[in-house]
Design a protein around this ligand. Structure first.
Ligand SMILES: [Fe+2]
Length: 428
């Protein structure tokens, strides 16, 4: 049996509610794949992208490995070979199929993966309903972790299939176009914050990933934040001003990416006879200058900010600024699956939640006094704390009940296939 300590502080006493939430999230993953053919679900277009059916199987492997095998008496693995195929990165659990080769798995088929999901879901529902109190105390935090893990993979399913479809000259649409209200991006307002000694990080009883804590003090100098994310129109001014040809705006590693990968604009932008078009999950269409720019790397976000004479906010600035912001916005449940222009006239910060993940100037490192959980689930977040940058706020493909003000997403600074944009900051 694995030594698994719950990595999160969470208190779950209502089994019926947890059962319903578990079943709904399992169903939601399958609904996301319902638009896709078996051929769509098997493709891996680059090493960072996983096939849809791999996500569907891996999220089941997580429940099988960390809950059913250790805690459900008499549970039989659906197929012992899946432990090798669908382990993502857990060294403590054993060897695994190499990540860049996930697209070579024509077997198991989509149908077999669906049967695997049903097998695991049924066994999990039995566990939730019948576990004795002592087992439930161990199981409940891990179920909550597994459900949140599956929601992360729901976002990955959408990010990844967009990358897969973008490689197809037919530019397939994942879903029909969703019209959004026309808007003209006005200049952003600037919202001022006094700074001082503040506290950031998760506290309290609700679920959070281990990397969101411990809550701790941090010192902030006075700063201000733009009221909305940078728009496509503003970013186009940077492109038009030679932004991708002028090394003075770029970090050295970023400039190397520009050269090596021939970056000339954000990922999924294409200039067709002088007209900029962008590829979305609803197919290709003209770029809307008012919508937030998306699919830029940290390097591009940082270069844009330098060109604009501003900077990226730190994650502490972002979190302090966001602490009174309501937890709603253009998230996956809206169905757009693409950032939308801001139409609200309200004063203050807008679009902090949803639309685009916002790159921060903060490296993804441990908060003071952070300790990963013991055992295999301790590998969930802690071991990735180098060479990545933090993003905040969720995007149009993030499940609505998955985002928090304290949520720390992270990607390498050259990554562009996440729904990543930016908001400008400035010292006062
Ligand atoms: Fe995973």
């Amino acid at each position: 049996m694995l030594d698994i300590a719950p990595p999160v502080s969470t208190r779950i006493t209502d089994r019926a509610a947890e059962r319903d939430r578990f079943a709904a999230i399992r169903h939601q993953s399958e609904a996301l794949a319902a638009n896709l053919s078996p051929e769509d679900q098997a493709i891996q277009s680059m090493p960072d992208v996983s096939p849809t059916k791999w996500h569907l199987a891996h999220t089941s492997w997580f429940f099988e490995t960390f809950l059913l095998m250790p805690l459900a008496p008499g549970y039989r693995a659906f197929d012992p070979a899946f432990a090798y195929l669908f382990n993502s990165y857990y060294e403590a659990v054993g060897p695994r199929h190499p990540r860049p080769a996930r697209g070579l798995l024509s077997r198991p088929t989509v149908d077999v993966v669906a049967a695997y999901r049903d097998h695991v879901t049924a066994a999990m529902l039995r566990l939730i309903e019948t576990a004795g109190d002592d087992v439930w105390q161990q199981a409940a935090p891990l179920i909550e972790l597994g459900v949140n893990h599956e929601q992360q993979h729901q976002e990955l399913i959408l990010m990844d299939i967009k990358q897969v479809f973008s490689m197809n000259p037919l530019l397939p649409a994942y879903q029909a176009p969703r019209p959004h209200a026309a808007a003209r991006a006005s200049s952003p307002a600037w919202i001022e914050f006094a700074g001082g000694l503040e506290e950031i990080g998760h506290a309290g009883n609700g679920f959070a990933f281990d990397n969101e804590g411990p809550r701790h003090k941090t010192w902030l100098e006075p700063f201000r934040l733009a009221s909305r994310p940078v728009s496509c129109g503003e970013y186009l001014d940077f492109v038009g001003d030679g932004g991708y040809r002028r090394p003075e705006f770029w970090l050295s590693d970023g400039w190397a990416c520009v050269q090596q990968q021939s970056w000339q604009a954000p990922l999924y932008w294409r200039c067709d006879d002088g007209e900029w078009r962008i590829f979305t999950l609803s197919g290709e269409r003209p770029m809307d200058p008012a919508e937030p720019v998306c699919h830029v790397s940290f390097y591009e976000a940082d270069a844009f900010a330098r060109w604009a004479g501003k900077r990226l906010p730190t994650e502490a600035e972002w979190e302090i600024a966001a602490r009174d912001v309501p937890l709603d916005g253009n998230l996956a449940d809206n169905g757009h699956l693409h950032p939308c222009p801001e139409t609200s006239e309200a004063a203050g910060l807008r679009q902090m939640i949803g639309d685009v993940w916002e790159w921060t100037a903060s490296p993804y490192i441990a908060y003071p006094r952070f300790r990963p959980a013991s055992g295999a689930v301790g590998e969930y977040n802690g071991k990735f704390m180098s060479n990545q940058m933090v993003l905040r706020g969720g995007a149009a493909v993030t499940p609505a009940d998955h985002i928090r003000i304290t949520y720390r997403n992270f990607f390498p600074p050259s990554a562009r296939w996440a729904f990543s944009g930016l908001r400008l900051a400035e010292d006062l």
